[in-house]
Design a protein around this ligand. Structure first.
Ligand SMILES: [Zn+2]
Length: 389
């Protein structure tokens, strides 16, 4: 698990990747390093403040045995023997995941959702999923017009006012926002703004899975479960919050064997990528880590945690919090080392992660390649390889 990732190393990695694969057709191109870390830093700030106002915060406080399937009605909120504080916690997190924080510098499906919802309120943003200055101004206008503090951050106060209750037959940008969210969970809908049978079917299935009742009506609570939840697709989940890194980080090669190093700041929540049984890892290479063995005996490997929150032998469901990222073990900087192993074979996890990022069912781990995702297989003798070891 040796990983020497640092800011300088990441910079070299980007340069090497660009040289080896070229900017044309590359999803990475030449992006400013400062921005990449700024994006990740936003997540870190939210965690550092200890706020429960992010999806990460909700998952962090979620007791391990409680899964997404725990509907409010099934929680024994008045069960004897449970202390009042614990009951309160159970109610809070079984009721709904926390609204996520969406703010300037972020990109992806959550930002696109905000842009469509703002357009449904009269704005004319390009729904590109990039939270820039125009989106910031539009958020502030919306907040001012609705008696909210105009801080430009879409959080627990702004979301409930911004989302639009919807029913079958509706059309327009708010329906596009709904379709973007359902696609995070693998619905595969065309984002056409028409609340037709396909969208209704996806809503009905989502509500059934999360114990939110029947029918296809989308109220504020359904919106909260959609935008606040950790999606699972095909039984798998992205091991990091979607907003923690841009998509382009998920196709980066590893240093010298199939795996990936994901440059997130210490304290970023890490989620189980599959359902399975946890093996606790504590050694000088992986540091504080975890291996989740899934139903097909595939091992999902997590290294360099600052803290692991599940015990060895625990059963986890895909999307459950496993630990917080850090810089333990053999590293030169904080990141999550993530690997997939079938038998004794290390697999390239990049396609698996990119699919989960995109909300589509990932390839089966046993079909993932075993070469092409680390520097030795990309270039026979890269002149900068010494910097990456
Ligand atoms: Zn690594």
């Amino acid at each position: 698990m040796r990983s020497r990732l640092s800011t300088a190393g990441a910079a070299v990695a980007v340069l090497v990747g660009t040289v080896l694969r070229g900017p044309a057709g590359s999803s990475r191109g030449m992006r400013p390093i400062a921005m990449r870390f700024a994006v990740a830093g936003i997540v870190g700030l939210g965690l550092a403040a200890g706020t429960p106002a992010t999806a990460a915060g909700a998952a962090a406080a979620r007791p391990a045995p409680v899964t997404h399937a725990a509907a409010p009605a099934t929680v024994p909120v008045t069960a004897p023997g449970i202390a009042p504080d614990q009951r309160a916690t159970a109610v809070t997190f079984a009721a709904a995941p926390a609204w996520p924080l969406v703010q300037q510098g972020q990109q992806g499906a959550q930002v696109r959702t905000v842009q469509y919802l703002l357009n449904s309120r009269g704005e004319a943003l390009v729904p590109d999923g990039v939270f820039g200055s125009l989106t910031l101004a539009a958020v502030k206008r919306f907040q001012s017009a609705n008696g909210l503090g105009a801080d430009g951050i879409v959080g627990p106060l702004t979301w409930p006012v911004l989302v639009v209750p919807l029913a079958a037959g509706a059309s327009g940008p708010a329906v596009m926002a709904l379709q973007v969210q359902l696609n995070r969970y693998g619905a595969g809908l065309a984002v056409d703004g028409e609340f037709g049978p396909a969208t209704a079917g996806a809503v009905t299935a989502f509500k059934a899975e999360y114990g939110l009742g029947t029918g296809s009506a989308v109220d504020v609570t359904v919106w909260q479960w959609l935008v606040g939840g950790i999606p699972t697709v095909g039984g798998y989940a992205l091991p990091l919050p979607h907003g923690a890194l841009p998509r382009s980080e998920y196709d980066d090669p590893h240093h010298d064997y199939p795996a990936i190093d994901l440059p997130v700041p210490t304290g970023t929540p890490a989620y189980a990528s599959a359902s399975g049984t946890v093996q606790a890892v504590n050694d000088s290479s992986c540091g504080t880590g975890a291996v989740i063995t899934d139903a097909n005996s595939v091992r999902h490997i997590f290294c360099h945690f600052s803290r692991r929150v599940v015990a060895g032998g625990a059963r986890v469901t895909a999307g459950d919090l496993v630990g917080y990222t850090g810089a333990t073990g053999n590293v030169t900087g904080p990141h999550l080392h993530f690997g997939i192993k079938t038998g004794s074979t290390n697999r390239c996890p990049q396609r698996f992660l990119l699919a989960l990022y995109d909300g589509v069912t990932p390839p089966a781990p046993a079909t993932l390649p075993t070469t092409g995702c680390y520097y030795a297989t990309l270039h026979p003798q890269p002149p900068l390889l010494d910097y990456l070891k």
